[in-house]
Design a protein around this ligand. Sequence first.
Ligand code: FAD
Length: 508
Amino acid sequence: MGEPIREVTIVGGGTAGWMTALLLQSMLKGGPEGGVRITLIESPNIPTVGVGEATVPGMPRTLKQGGIDERTFFKTCNASFKLGVVFGHWNVDAEGKRVDYINPFAHPPAIDGVSAAEYALQFGTGGLDFVQCFSPAVDLAAQAKGPRGRGEMPGPPVGFAYHLDAGKFAGLLKEHCVARGVRHVLDDLVEVELDERGYVAALMLERGGRHGVELVIDCTGFRGLIINQALGEPFESYGKYLANDRAMAVQVPHRDPVRLDSVTKSTALGAGWAWRVPLFNRIGTGYVFSSAHRTDEEARAEFLAHLGPDGEGAEPRVIPMRVGRNRNAWVKNCVAVGLSGGFIEPLESTAIHMIDTAVRWLVQYFPDRDFADPLRRRFNHLVDELYNEVRDFICLHYALGNRTDDQYWIDARESLEVPDTLAENLELWQYGLPAVNDIRFVSLFSPATYQAVLLGKQVYESGFGKGKFCSGRTLDGAKWAAYLKRARAGIGAQVQAAAGHRELLRAL
Ligand code: FAD
């Protein structure tokens, strides 16, 4: 056994830096001398990326674990509830009409051990969206309701995540962590000193001078100042899989003083897609696009046209995106977390989840000052799986798109590579729905989530796997009809009892 690590140094004060501090502080072992000390160094000059406002359902657990009260979080971060992502116009149906669907935080149930998705394909849904057959998310979203009951009424059984103001969230985490003992240093990293083994020995700070390092977490954003620039770890671009490499973002006011949507919206435009994240006090919106298909000026014009009156006077800020990941996330005594480690376009709001997950794995495989290889290898293997999982799920949306109205959509489907793992499954799923053993590693996107996308996009109705679908099972149509009747009655009552989203946030 080597000497225990006494100090972790985090460089970067964005969401990644402060979430890492929060989780390490709450999860690392204390000890007679107060356990591991955490220092966070943040540049007073370089701004954070300033976006990243939609999350996935793990966030309530993280706040609780970090000791942050939900009410404080809602108030400070102008947060709101998110019941899923509505995908607008990503596909067209057999008649060429736009298809909109929701990807909820819910899974179709099994009826006699068979997924409801298979019944829905065989017997239809009686005009409902597939998700309406098992989750109240669609009906709640349509009525701008939230995931909790009115007054003392119980809330609907629906998964939820949060929308949050990224700047205010980092501020809240900072205040909370500093009050609990994280040392906060406002300074610029100007040089990295390596020892004879190539490990990071010290960080040279512009004002503070030399800061000795045991374990350093690189949270410096797209720059990857330590992992890429000082340690030379190669960055592997996902450009061959995903076309989008730029974004533009802007904040716009709510126009409707009453309605407050409880979903993130992702609307497909000419060369990418626009997000819409409704916070309590404003809307965060932006356009993720491909620079091979639109100049910034063309994208800006298209985005503003999409916003309509909401975008009057808006001046979107352009954000170049480094899409891909480092070959390894943990190199020597440096672990890259957040944008310095990698980034996949934010279609499913996965980056904060990936930060959270990576830090939990770091705690699980926490090293001493010998930095044993098996710990690093296992951590890197898991991060690799996590990136593959998210990459495949994002690529699915483009591979199964069927729009032909812009070259971008044709290229996204036909010219880009589909990762081998996904390509194999896409061949398989022409014959049957995604099933449990089809996906090797799941942190977020289970086969049931894939089913919801395939049915949401109506791919089987519009040609995918035409004539090949070959489930050998006999299903009982009467059972499906009875299930649907029961499920819809339950959902109706749940939606009725749910509070309006704005009302819920006011009460919080
Ligand atoms: P940054 O926010 O860039 O922070 C970098 C930090 O490093 C800053 O504090 C900076 O001061 C510091 N730094 C840099 N250089 C130095 C230096 N020399 N010395 C000291 N400090 C230094 N994620 C989601 O989960 N959901 C979303 O909906 C989502 N949407 C996104 C939309 C877009 C367009 C983009 C680009 C990203 C989105 N993300 C989303 C990702 C999310 O924004 C990031 O994962 C998250 O903000 C973490 O960023 P970061 O902390 O790694 O980097």
